[in-house]
Ligand binder design. Sequence first.
Ligand SMILES: *Cc1c(COP(=O)(O)O)cnc(C)c1O
Length: 426
Amino acid sequence: MSGYKKDTICVQSGWKPGNGQPRLMPIIQSTTFKYDSSEQMGRLFDLEDSGYFYTRLQNPTNDMAAQKICELEDGYAAMLTSSGQAATYYAVFNICEAGDHVVMSSTVYGGTFNLLTCTMKKMGISCSVVDPDAPKEELDKAFRENTKCVFAETIANPALVVLDIEKFADLAHAHHCPLIVDNTFATPIHCNPFRWGADIVTHSTTKYMDGHGAAVGGCIVDSGNFDWAAYPDRYSGLCTPDESYHGIVYTEKFGKGAYITKATSQLMRDLGSIQAPMNAFLLNLGLETLALRMERHCGNALKIAQFLEDHEKVAWVNYPGLSGNRYYDLARKYMPEGTCGVIAFGLKGGRAAAGAMMDRLKLAVIATHVADSKTCMLHPASHTHRQMTDEQLVEAGVAPDLIRLSVGIENAEDIIADLKQAMEAV
Ligand SMILES: *Cc1c(COP(=O)(O)O)cnc(C)c1O
């Protein structure tokens, strides 16, 4: 679909029906695939031929949805995972093993923070947490001989810190590492991190891509740009024979496809966090309207951010699309057509006022969800981030009074009216 605009790719890419075939992308709801000869099946297992044999590794419906996301990101290859968490885990674990080290932005999603600082630590992979706004010289100090990748978010959930992608890409590359960017909040409609030097992109497709709160899922996209073979000792998993595949060397056999092929044929085979084909089908339906919805999410969010800014009971508002915001210039550079539909704000009454207001909402429900067509609200310090200490909260850019408002695609006037009446309780 090269040459087409993103909104067209959203609708048309992935599935190309032949004569008399279904117009809508079909769900291939099958665990296995049939072959005529034993030899042919053997070749598939040796990665000598490409084809489907078992849905834990690959499924045609998943691949069609992944292909659409790959085109939206202008990437080389992509794969779906069962969740955003699985995407983050595989993206890092595909190039890191016990003894390796990761540099990560402090403002990443809470689940990513736990995964890298606690769970992967138990696997022997250590992580240094850095302030994404720190100057380059400061960030340089976090790198070690064994640092294998840098991880950050385009727009941090929920701190709404906008990443200076070029700064982070330069930094990572100066230390012979790829930059992995979680692009969940901006979506490829508003930002293409590859354009600014990122090497790998991850998504929680559970958010805007699905958009309807129907299916948990994730995606990894590889730009194909990082030259693993230039550092064979550092990325030995990609550049030396894989004994579990009769000694295949991924970079030699698959070139630019090495990273995604290894993640599929090795990590997915062994760890099995595959997305259900039914979820990939739902994801594809969500993707069809992604461009349309992002326009409305951002239009609504800007109006609501302006309303909150002018409200007497509001202490502060953080929305990168708001002129005067700390990240406004970075947002203009990397996301000129809009950022996301998520706003963070605090009330003058602090934590207690946040609770009182949220209990009175009628339209905007309290939900552990974000980036959805239905407006919802959450108080991270009491909900998603409650396992963090106050110190960690501040480091993550999450003030104890921060309310995360995920603006949906309802009529903005109705959302504003709901917020107005709820704030009367404060
Ligand atoms: C939700 C989220 C994740 C985790 O995704 P799941 O699909 O819930 O596993 C990762 N990164 C960001 C930015 C998120 O918002």
